[in-house]
Design a protein around this ligand. Structure first.
Ligand code: GMT
Length: 371
């Protein structure tokens, strides 16, 4: 198949899923073009199997921004004209579904030899925040209604999408995210010692990293458990200040954005995630795949990824005391985290392996093309 994928180039999960899909589909012999304003981190070492189109708009003083989304439409149209595309897949509704839809309509009007099928995958805040914004809701409803297939990354997100879309809703398929279980694998041997916990996110308010740091400080008083914080985002400065105010010293370290996540995760025992909302929680799945126990909030699609009592523990998002109690138990006995990690790893390999996850998308494309 000739496949065009549109995604954000940031460290966020939607770009990760889109990039991993692109790489895997290309490895399986499909012709894959990826359109994005930058190089998504997981494509940094792309050997050329995926054709990357870095789309740039025009920096013209009249424009409030450079309109990369319109440049993406243009780049897709160029590929349709030169070699054709069977499928256009937008990961995250805005702006990619709009760019892709526009390109497809233009191809139709141009009488292109191939008019691609349009697939839109909703990832999370494109439904819970963006779609709720009155400025975007009408356009999103229209574009989703025009797509050949709409998918969501968890059952929880599918339900939220249906609730928002209302009576005009078309079919929504739940196609869960996945992880490369070969790359994200546990270390052969774990070093003994105090609990090493880690958190990875984009430090946006909905991740509640300050809440997490407070909880860690309460749970680890006087001990030598550590917390590694990976990522960057708007709340990072506040988190640094808070860690200093709480006197956490070298027990908390901030590493910024990192590309060596598999090795980094595998050097820890527990993954902590205290989001207010999480449609899936790809970072938790990657940690499970590395054999870490996951301690997280019971929100959105997280219970579909981390089974409470199996791959880790889930607590109510407003119950910091419960989170602290559980973390105290893991700090007292890191073997608890390891035991959850073993079960989490087994679940990741059985239910969320990359090959199976990407095959679900390939099957969807085939079905659409057979229609
Ligand atoms: O929706 C977002 O905040 C952005 C998006 C991203 O690009 O990171 O995150 C969402 O998509 C991920 C991949 O499908 C999911 O694992 C995350 O749970 C989801 N984030 C939220 O729902 C907050």
């Amino acid at each position: 198949m000739r496949i065009g994928i549109l995604c954000h180039p940031t460290f966020g999960g939607s770009g990760v899923v889109a990039s991993e899909c692109a790489l895997s589909l290309a490895e399986h012999g499909h012709r894959v073009h990826l359109f994005s304003p930058g190089v998504p981190p997981r494509l940094a070492h792309n050997s050329g199997a995926v054709v990357l189109h870095r789309v740039h708009g025009l920096d013209y003083p009249l424009f409030a921004n450079s309109h990369a989304e319109l440049a993406a439409t243009g780049a897709v149209l160029d590929v349709i004209a030169s070699e054709g595309l069977d499928v256009l897949h937008a990961h995250y509704a805005l702006p990619h579904a709009v760019s892709a839809h526009l390109a497809r309509e233009a191809a139709r009007v141009n009488d292109a030899a191939s008019v691609p099928r349009l697939v839109v995958t909703l990832h999370g805040t494109d439904v819970t925040l963006v779609a709720a914004a009155p400025a975007y809701a009408p356009l999103l409803r229209y574009v989703l209604g025009c797509a050949d297939a709409v998918t969501a990354v968890s059952r929880d997100l599918s339900i939220r999408l249906r609730d928002w879309w209302g009576t005009a809703a078309g079919p929504i398929e739940t196609l869960p995210n996945f992880v490369d279980t070969h790359a994200f694998a546990p270390r052969a041997e774990r070093e003994p010692g105090p609990l090493r916990s880690i958190h990875v996110s984009n430090f946006r308010p909905l991740k509640r990293v300050p809440w997490l740091i407070e909880a860690f400080a309460r749970a680890s008083q006087g001990g030598d458990a550590s917390l590694t914080l990976v990522g960057d985002g708007p709340e990072l400065p506040r988190c640094r200040d808070l860690a200093a105010e709480l006197g956490l010293g070298t027990r908390v370290r901030f590493l910024g954005e990192r590309r060596d996540l598999p090795a980094l995760l595998a050097a820890h025992d527990a993954f902590l995630l205290t989001s207010r909302e999480e449609s899936f929680g790809l970072s938790a799945l990657e940690a499970s795949s590395c054999g870490l126990g996951v301690l997280a909030t019971r929100v959105g699609g997280l219970p579909e990824v981390v089974q409470d009592g199996a791959g880790g523990r889930l607590v109510a998002p407003d119950d910091q005391n419960a989170f602290v109690r559980e973390l105290v138990a893991w700090i007292a006995d890191p073997a608890r985290a390891h035991a959850f990690g073993v079960r989490g790893r087994a679940r990741a390999t059985a239910d969320f392996d990359r090959d199976t996850g990407v095959q679900r998308y390939a099957d969807l494309y085939t079905r659409l093309l057979d229609r």
